[in-house]
Write a protein that binds this ligand. Structure first.
Ligand code: CO
Length: 461
């Protein structure tokens, strides 16, 4: 019987796509031992935006969260998402930081690292892949999937082959916008399976409503692993429901390894958690619906919810349709980058600025300037020359891998953060998000002092 493996995303991507990564450790601590019994191929639980969110919003040490998950789930492969040379942030880090980050992620409990580059410039994932393999962990190379006049089956198959040659243990096709339909999935997975011998995984989102059909056709084409979310955190901008896919695939004769009863236990736990976020307004019912706009605009789930919340804050939600129309134009100007972090933010902000100022490229973010300089890597297609001239004048974009221009920085960061950092992990948090991490360290120190003075008082009393 053909097996389809499941990666459960409730702790990372579902959390990130539906509630802007606001799940606190205490929101899911009580179910980890049950998730551990469900026989998932892996549980995606770290990386992506979880790291930033822990430090910025949840007052949690992301490394400590990982260690606690590891301890509570000794039998399950823990998976993280890493943006290649960007790690979890929005800029390129020097190689020594990338290597140290990967090493510490594995040391603290990660088994599988899914590594991608927004532009599919493989020079930007090679160091992270190399270090993952050196640490004895599973390196999963991820292809950022998009559709454009310049992206073809042949290109994707070639990317897969290059990743396999790089030594990756598996290959993921990452459709962050949920735009891949069943037919595209069948053709693409088939092409990859004919080209590479490592397992192939497919990641998509329910945004456009295509995802369950897409997964079924992918399974038919021999897809080895799919990403799903437990049903109360599924649908909309998240992944399709684990239980539904498990049911459908089982009845179609596939082995899933999952037990529906155990999935129910997990889902029963998350139902009231979902209700809590609905009540507080952090889960906007809007993102749970099906939005076929993405089929035209190719807006990924996370980006769509970000645009909605930004425009709402600025009292400009009525401009959403205009921004959605402007987005693909900006993307074309930039040479069709896939809309994945940090490109999704860059394109989204630029499209919003173009609409709100009423003049295209009147204001250009420093990220777009860096992109045009080649600091993010090679654009997949041709960049609008007129735009480049307007912004850069006669300056030519760089040809080399941008990280090659960066000096090693770990020791410098360590000296800079000083005694606030209590471990190398802290130094990495600081290197990734300096201001946010520093604030977190100070709060952590104060909280401890409060606990100390509280217990002294108690003794005195
Ligand atoms: Co995703």
């Amino acid at each position: 019987m053909k097996k389809v493996n499941f990666t459960e995303t409730v702790l990372r991507d579902a959390n990130q796509s539906l509630i802007a990564t606001r799940l606190a450790f205490s929101d899911f601590e009580g179910i980890l031992s049950e998730i551990d019994k469900a026989n998932f191929y892996s549980v995606e639980c770290w990386g992506g935006a979880t790291f930033d969110s822990c430090l910025r919003f949840l007052d949690e040490d992301p490394w400590e969260r990982l260690r606690k998950i590891r301890k509570a789930m000794p039998n399950t492969k823990l998976q993280m998402l890493l943006r290649g040379q960007n790690l979890l942030g929005y800029k390129h880090y020097p190689d020594d930081i990338v290597r140290m980050f990967v090493k510490k992620s594995v040391e603290n409990g990660i088994d599988i690292i899914r590594i991608f580059d927004a532009l599919n410039d493989l020079r930007n994932i090679e160091v992270a892949v190399d270090e993952t393999l050196k640490c004895g962990a599973h390196a999963q190379g991820a292809i950022s999937y998009t559709q454009s006049p310049i992206h073809s089956l042949e290109n994707y198959a070639k990317l897969g082959k290059e990743m396999e040659n790089m030594g990756v243990n598996s290959i993921c096709v990452k459709d962050m916008a949920g735009i891949m339909g069943p037919n595209e999935a069948y053709e693409l997975i088939k092409a990859l399976k004919e080209t590479v011998s490592v397992p192939v995984s497919l990641h998509t989102h329910s945004t456009t409503g295509l995802a369950p059909m897409t997964y079924l056709k992918a399974a038919e084409a021999g897809c080895d692993i799919i990403d799903t979310a437990i049903s109360s955190f599924s649908g909309g901008t998240s992944q399709p429901a684990t239980e539904s896919l498990c049911y459908a695939l089982s009845t179609l004769g596939y082995e899933t390894g999952l037990d529906m009863k155990q999935l129910k236990v997990i889902n029963d736990f998350f139902k009231p958690v979902k209700d809590k976020f609905l009540k507080s307004g952090k889960l906007n019912p809007y993102v749970l619906g099906t939005d076929t706009n993405a089929l035209n605009y190719q807006i990924p789930g996370g980006m769509l919810s970000n645009l909605v919340s930004q425009l709402t804050q600025m009292n400009q939600l009525d401009k959403l349709d205009k921004v959605l129309l402007e987005t693909p134009k900006v993307r074309e100007d930039l040479g069709y980058p896939p809309l994945v972090t940090p490109m999704s933010q860059m394109v989204g902000v630029q499209a919003t600025t173009n609409v709100l100022t009423g003049e295209r490229y009147k204001n250009v973010s420093k990220e777009v300037v860096s992109y045009l300089r080649g600091e993010y890597g090679r654009a997949p297609g041709k960049v609008n020359e007129e735009l480049r001239k307007k912004i850069l004048g006669d300056e030519k974009p760089i040809e080399c891998r941008y990280a090659d221009t960066l000096e090693p920085a770990f020791d410098k960061m360590k000296a800079e953060v000083g005694e606030l950092a209590e471990s190398d992990e802290d130094v990495l948090s600081y290197a990734a998000f300096p201001q946010v991490a520093e604030k977190f360290f100070i709060k952590r120190k104060e909280a401890r002092q409060n606990v100390v003075s509280y217990s002294i008082r108690k003794v005195e009393e």
